[in-house]
Design a protein around this ligand. Structure first.
Ligand code: SF4
Ligand code: SF4
Length: 342
């Protein structure tokens, strides 16, 4: 079938033109060899030779700290100003797992009662994905039915093939974008489904973990109290790193910052259910007083609660929590162990 094809030497022009016309965010290599999504100002800022970023692009939609509104006390009363500085943007180079993570966050922030901040970021962002060619030993997106070569939720996908990239449009916005670059594209006659199938096969050979979240969920559905949670939670340090790097975790806190008596702002910042005082109430009661309840909650949220509530799992198998946990807590082992509970 005919496909649109971008040769590798035209990728540079494609990126140049994208940068000239839009605010572009992309994976970039930051000090300490950390791959993180930052604003790209020149083509060299963009890193496409990466498998999975250390920090997920969640922060472009749900920033780690964000001002919700600012306030001034005047003689007439309180003057409120809502943050309005959103700019439409293009994200270049996202992976399938991270796009799926947005579909996981959408029902939380952008459905019945949309959060205006998340909704604005989400609705005004065009997503260009890079289909995966490699999997890390910690990747297990296949567990959740994610197709790393056909990312659900992308506008445009670049699939590496031969001397360039097959360009696949996945939305009306993606088609409009592709049409802007029509002069850079050639038409090739290839069997796209066969190419994708080969890539899927290569990737599936690299996946180390093959776990069944449905079996683990069945155990969770029927057993809230299990000695297993005592055992597994003992080693957790409660550092919260797993939740900070997770593209689907979305706990937050709200605080007021008032450097002067009559002016200030209300902000939202990431919080973590792994912290001891996360659920502590004003009267002192804490429904999750020990690590056991907190660890159980995190994993039940990923595999059961989010699915029960929104019809989509709370994990996308990106493996970041496995890589970053200082005590090697591994969600794939937990899914396997729980699946074996009789
Ligand atoms: S729980 Fe771990 S593997 Fe799953 S999406 Fe979050 S960071 Fe990725
Ligand atoms: S990263 Fe590991 S040690 Fe830290 S809170 Fe998460 S599970 Fe516990």
């Amino acid at each position: 079938m005919p496909v649109k094809f971008l040769t590798a030497d035209k990728l540079q022009i494609f990126i140049d033109r994208l940068l000239a016309s839009s605010t572009v965010f992309s994976p970039s290599n930051q000090p300490g060899n950390v791959i993180r999504y930052t604003q790209a100002n020149k083509p060299e800022d963009i890193c496409i030779d990466y498998v999975n970023s250390d920090i997920s692009p969640k922060e472009l939609f749900f920033p780690q700290t964000e001002e919700l509104f600012s306030f001034d006390q005047t003689d007439e009363g309180i003057d409120l100003r809502v943050q309005t500085g959103y700019k439409p943007k293009v994200i270049f180079g996202m992976r399938a797992c991270d796009v799926k993570a947005l579909l996981t966050l959408d029902p939380v922030f952008n459905s019945q009662w949309p959060d205006p901040h998340y909704a604005k970021n989400r609705n005004e962002t065009i997503i260009i994905c890079l289909a995966c060619d490699k999997a890390l030993s910690t990747c297990f997106c296949n567990t959740f039915g994610i197709d790393p070569v056909a990312p659900e939720g992308a506008d445009l996908v670049l699939i590496s093939y031969g001397s360039g990239y097959i360009i696949e449009e996945c939305s009306y916005t993606g088609r409009e974008l592709r049409e802007l670059y029509q002069d850079l594209l050639t038409q090739e006659y290839v069997h796209l489904e066969k190419i994708k199938e080969e890539k899927r096969k290569q990737l599936s050979e690299q996946f180390v973990h093959h776990v069944s979240p449905s079996k683990a969920k069945e155990t969770m559905d029927n057993n809230f109290e299990l000695p297993y949670w005592d055992e597994i939670s003992r080693k957790c340090l409660g550092c919260g790193i797993c939740t900070y790097v997770c593209p689907t975790c979305h706990c937050f806190d709200i605080f007021d910052y008032a450097p002067e008596e009559t002016t200030g702002s209300r902000c939202r910042c990431w919080d973590s259910c792994m912290y001891g005082d996360f659920t502590k109430m004003a009267g002192g009661h804490n429904p999750r007083p020990t690590k056991k309840e907190r660890v159980r909650n995190r994993f039940m949220h990923k595999i059961k609660y989010h699915l029960d509530r929104y019809g989509i799992e709370g994990c996308v198998g990106c493996g970041r929590c496995i890589v970053k946990c200082p005590v090697n807590m591994d969600i794939t082992s937990i899914i396997t162990d729980l699946g074996e509970v009789k």
